[in-house]
Design a protein around this ligand. Structure first.
Ligand code: AMP
Length: 204
């Protein structure tokens, strides 16, 4: 199963992707995590990405597409993957189609978590406070200024991606404001039809 999880920053994509991973036994490919790893490794590309990320802006399409293209060729992704945080622009969505087509593959489903902006702002403040209380490091883009930029970027550049997938009949939406377990259950129900024509094993 090749699945894309869409949704604004703070919508719970990471949490829900982790839960799906446990269920489907396919890897979660988070472009945010991959870029943060590149930044931590202090490669020139990683350091450039880190600076863009700390402002809440998008890393250039060709950089992210190259990262994803390399990652989906790893053996653990051969049966499928959950893309978390990619594609975020229409050119990225088109590039993903091309990358999959050259491998004789295609996306099965795109799942969008819907959450309103006030709730997101509250959630992101909570996330930063909770991390600070636990003494964990707070993501440099989890501050109100960068978060507002990330929301704005989402509205302008990523929202059209859901329309793109809707027009192709791939999009399913779930209310991301419900309690986490309810969202997980609703995602499972939304994905169930994708497995109905496959056996239980194939539906992993
Ligand atoms: P995330 O962890 O998904 O919230 O991503 C954190 C940051 O990484 C984003 O605000 C962007 O700066 C960068 N990033 C992650 N995924 C992408 C992408 N698909 N395209 C461009 N930038 C990305």
């Amino acid at each position: 199963m090749r699945l894309v999880l869409l949704g604004p920053p703070g919508a719970g994509k990471g949490t829900q992707a982790t839960r799906r991973v446990a269920h489907l036994r396919i890897p979660q490919l988070s472009t945010g995590d991959m870029l943060r790893e590149a930044a931590a490794a202090r490669s020139p590309a990683g350091l450039r990405a880190a600076e863009i990320m700390s402002r809440g802006e998008l890393v250039p399409d060709d950089v992210v597409v190259a990262v994803v293209s390399t990652r989906i060729d790893r053996s653990d992704a051969s049966l499928g993957f959950i893309l978390d945080g990619f594609p975020r622009t229409l050119p990225q969505a088109a590039a993903l189609d091309r990358e999959l087509a050259t491998r004789g593959a295609k996306l099965d489903v795109v799942l969008e978590l819907k959450v309103d902006e006030d709730a997101l702002l509250k959630r992101i403040r909570g996330r930063a406070e909770e991390a600070a209380m636990k003494g964990e490091s707070v993501r440099s883009d989890d501050n109100p200024d960068a978060f507002k930029t990330r929301l704005d970027v989402y509205r302008r550049q990523t929202a059209p991606v859901s329309a793109y997938y809707r027009s192709r009949g791939l999009l399913k939406t779930v209310d991301g404001l419900e309690p986490i377990d309810v969202v997980t259950a609703n995602i499972a129900s939304a994905l169930a039809p994708c497995f109905s024509h496959q056996g239980e094993a194939a539906g992993r």
